[in-house]
Ligand binder design. Structure first.
Ligand SMILES: NC(=O)C1=CN([C@@H]2O[C@H](COP(=O)(O)OP(=O)(O)OC[C@H]3O[C@@H](n4cnc5c(N)ncnc54)[C@H](OP(=O)(O)O)[C@@H]3O)[C@@H](O)[C@H]2O)C=CC1
Ligand SMILES: CC(=O)[C@@H](O)[C@H](O)COP(=O)(O)O
Ligand SMILES: [Mn+2]
Length: 403
């Protein structure tokens, strides 16, 4: 039995995975395979990778499955299919591992239907943080972070009477410090950053992840999105959220308390650790596939401040987060489109931040921050995508950056 605020959940816990064919989705299935008595896969959903989804269905035999862009015999399709899974009484725990803007509506649906949410999709909290928090409070829901930094913070809050995943502000915390690897261009001069290619930007020094989050790591937009994610998960004012470059990705984040004491969570960079913790909480379960840090060799850990001039996406994101309303949704959607255009070779690497900045500057908030609703977010997402597409067309293949 697993303890749960509304009672106990019988094992095996019934798990649904949205985004099962991606980096987080496949690693979640790997973790579940290591704990066959604890978990049963009851639903899987993917975007367009039919072949891999069919293999997963064959292996895990879920009762429900959804291919969003198409339809498999006996399966669900479209974004509505994911909402049906999120609301299904068959599901105890919903892993949201879709990328981009596909995750926030199923997250809200899962919260409203009493699921434990294991959240990898950071864009959900960026786009709809205020609604997610308010729905979570209304339904006494649990939202467990999978993102490595937020899992680290959550782990640091254990034993402090603060780590219950109820999206409330912890007492006694002075600062949360998110670590950032700095990505592949951590030490690259600005002049050279103008010319970098998608394959160079996809070569993350420490993590193997999906393309979107990898490019976001290279621009530091990922860390900006993570600051907004931490703001909502831990109800922390932006002024108490700091970012520090830590090239080794061994310290996954830190919490500084009022007395100056700092707790950090360390480990080798392997997403199966935070995924497993979100599934097995409060246990740190043994998994023979996971490795350990080797202290018999010298281990150097460095920390230094980020270079805001070379990585403007970090401050763009924090500013959008502070402005609230529909600005974070525009930030996220504009970045999604700009990253796709960069990967397709239509724009340069440094154009990504210029385009996001332009979209934020041209956007007019659709509503007051406190009045935000689902339709305003959908509208802001559509507006930002159209804006970026037409902006890129107007660039006519010329970079915004003078080379
Ligand atoms: N990878 C990592 O290590 C980490 C990822 N994250 C976050 O987790 C999320 C997932 O990242 P990652 O696994 O790397 O991404 P991937 O690109 O590897 O996988 C994305 C998954 O989402 C599915 N998908 C894409 N678009 C849609 C759509 N419109 N509707 C439904 N499903 C869709 C894909 O399906 P298909 O492939 O079939 O089209 C795939 O299953 C992101 O928000 C990311 O920021 C956070 C921390 C670490
Ligand atoms: C693994 C993970 O959580 C990613 O979001 C990671 O944070 C990317 O690394 P950096 O953004 O620190 O380069
Ligand atoms: Mn992260």
């Amino acid at each position: 039995m697993f303890m749960y605020p509304k009672g106990e959940i019988a094992q095996p816990i019934k798990v649904a995975i949205l985004g099962s064919t991606g980096s987080i989705g496949t690693q979640t299935l790997d973790v579940i395979s290591s704990h066959p008595d604890k978990f049963k896969v009851v639903a899987l959903a993917a975007g367009s990778n039919r072949k891999l989804l069919e293999e997963q269905i064959e292996r895990f035999k879920p009762q429900m499955y959804c291919l969003v862009s198409d339809k498999l015999p006996g399966g669900l399709s479209g974004p509505e299919g994911m909402l049906e899974i999120a609301a299904s009484p068959q599901v105890d725990l919903l892993v949201v591992a879709t990328t981009g803007s596909a995750g926030w509506e199923p997250t809200i649906e899962g919260i409203r239907n009493g699921k434990i949410i294991a959240l990898a999709n950071k864009e959900a909290l960026v786009m709809a943080g205020r609604i997610i928090v308010s729905e979570a409070h209304k339904h006494d829901a649990i939202v467990r972070p999978i993102d490595s930094e937020h899992s680290a913070i959550w782990q640091c809050l254990q034993g402090e009477g603060l780590g219950d995943s109820k999206l409330r502000r912890p007492e006694g915390v002075k600062r949360i410090i998110l670590t950032a690897s700095g990505g592949p261009f951590r030490d690259t001069p600005l002049e050279e950053m103008k010319q970098v290619t998608p394959s160079q930007a996809l070569a993350h020094p420490n993590w193997r992840m999906g393309n979107k989050v990898t490019i976001d790591s290279a621009t530091l937009m990922n860390k900006g999105l993570e600051v907004i994610e931490a703001h909502w998960l831990f109800d922390m004012p932006f002024e108490q959220l700091d970012v520090v470059i830590h090239p080794q990705s061994i310290v996954h984040s830190m919490v500084e308390f009022n007395d100056g004491s700092i707790k950090a969570q360390l480990g080798i960079p392997d997403m199966r650790v935070p995924i497993q913790y979100a599934l097995c909480y409060p246990e740190h379960s043994y998994n023979s596939k996971l490795g350990y840090l080797d202290f018999t060799k010298s281990l150097e850990l460095q920390f230094y401040p980020p270079d805001m001039a070379r990585f403007p996406c970090l401050s763009l994101a924090i500013e959008a987060g502070k402005k609230g309303s529909t600005y974070p949704a525009v930030l996220s959607a504009a970045d999604d489109e700009a990253v796709a255009a960069f990967l397709e070779g239509h724009i340069g690497f440094l154009d990504i931040s210029c385009i996001v900045e332009e979209a934020l500057a041209k956007h007019e908030a659709i509503c007051k921050d406190e009045d935000i609703d689902l339709e305003s977010i959908r509208q802001a997402d559509r507006w930002a995508r159209l804006f970026v597409k037409s902006f890129i067309k107007s660039m006519k293949g010329r970079s915004r950056i003078e080379v």
